[in-house]
Design a protein around this ligand. Structure first.
Ligand code: NAD
Length: 308
């Protein structure tokens, strides 16, 4: 079988989903961008007399992501900002449209059960031969593929983009034992030639390569900061502008990633390790408190920094 990606679907329009959709549109690939319908109305919507059935409410997460995207510049390697190629919708009303796409990329919350629940629905509507990939930061690809149809398993793997996906060049490709070699080969070539990425094939181990060492490094840095009394500004300066990086590799990065997502990603390794190794992957108490308070980073406009 020869593969070609004429249209893609991005499932999840959060931090990463919206950025990946923008990258694809800038390359010239039409994208269907779907997310969940909110479970209840905000006070403002209720006051306006809107209902959960109202189109504005049903598509607001994806629509919100689109608004954010208007401000995002395309990376130099892509042609131009081409947001008209993105069609926004929601899982409940628009899942059937997945029949029209050649590549489905799942970019929802980092939780195995939630992701598996969505794959079951995708498997029931997709056309055979559609490539399905997950942007998971480190959940087992094998576990995500388990229980799905043979055709799904043959066409399923991890494609792990880095944040922001329009700019960062690395793409980890993580095959499962069931992924067909020709599909791995196709995605690798597509990743390099069309997406403009530097592809690394990673083994299906917790957090793969970049996040295994990246999460480890960040957590050690947080502990050293507390132990030695360094300030957030000091750490960010020496891991950022002072050493010549355009932005910090520590707290500003955590704000961009999202502290809630970072918590899930650290847990991927925590759950699969023990003893001294496991201790490193436990979140420091101050970070757990920040998450409890909803200070989860740029997307909440409050993390280590305030976002205006
Ligand atoms: P996010 O919190 O910004 O967005 C997650 C999206 O998932 C939201 O739009 C939400 O509405 C949707 N969602 C939540 N619950 C859902 C459900 N039950 N069913 C369907 N959709 C649901 O998260 P993100 O940072 O975009 O991360 C998405 C994925 O990408 C995760 O697997 C994460 O580990 C991975 N990732 C994140 C980063 C990063 O820097 N944030 C980098 C690489 C990979």
């Amino acid at each position: 079988m020869t593969y070609q990606i004429k249209k893609a679907a991005v499932l999840g329009s959060g931090v990463m989903g919206s950025g990946i959709a923008a990258h694809l549109a800038n390359i010239g690939i039409p994208v269907l961008l779907l997310d969940i319908v909110p479970g209840k109305l905000t006070e403002e919507e209720a006051t306006k007399g809107l209902t959960l059935e109202d189109g504005i409410v049903r598509n607001k997460i994806a629509a919100g992501a689109l608004q954010k995207l208007v401000k995002q510049k395309p990376a130099p390697l892509t042609k131009k900002s081409n947001l008209s190629l993105i069609e926004a919708g929601n899982f409940e009303d628009d899942l059937d449209k997945l029949k029209e796409v050649d590549w489905i990329i799942e970019v929802i919350v980092e939780n195995l059960d939630v992701k598996k629940g969505l794959y079951e629905k995708i498997d029931a509507v997709r056309k055979p031969g559609t490539i399905i990939t997950s942007n998971t930061s480190g959940i087992s690809i094998e576990a995500m593929a388990a229980g799905r149809s043979e055709d799904f398993q043959k066409h399923f793997m991890g494609t792990h983009f880095f944040n922001p996906p329009r700019y960062l060049k690395l793409l980890e490709i993580i095959p499962a034992s069931t992924t067909a070699p020709e599909v791995i080969e196709f995605m690798t070539r597509f990743g390099e030639d069309t997406l403009g990425k530097g592809v690394v094939i990673a083994k299906d181990t917790p957090n793969f390569i970049a996040n295994r060492i990246g999460t480890y490094g960040l957590l050690i840095t947080l502990r050293e900061m507390e132990k030695r009394g360094y300030s957030i500004g000091e750490v960010d300066s020496v891991t950022g502008t002072l050493i010549g990086r355009p932005t910090s590799a520590t707290f500003r990065t955590l704000d961009v990633v999202g502290l809630d997502t970072f918590m899930h990603v650290a847990k991927n390794v925590y759950d699969k390790t023990e003893g001294e190794e496991q201790k490193v992957f436990e979140l420091p108490p101050f970070m757990k408190k920040m998450i409890d308070n909803g200070w989860i980073g740029a997307k909440a406009k409050q993390g280590f920094y305030l976002k205006k």
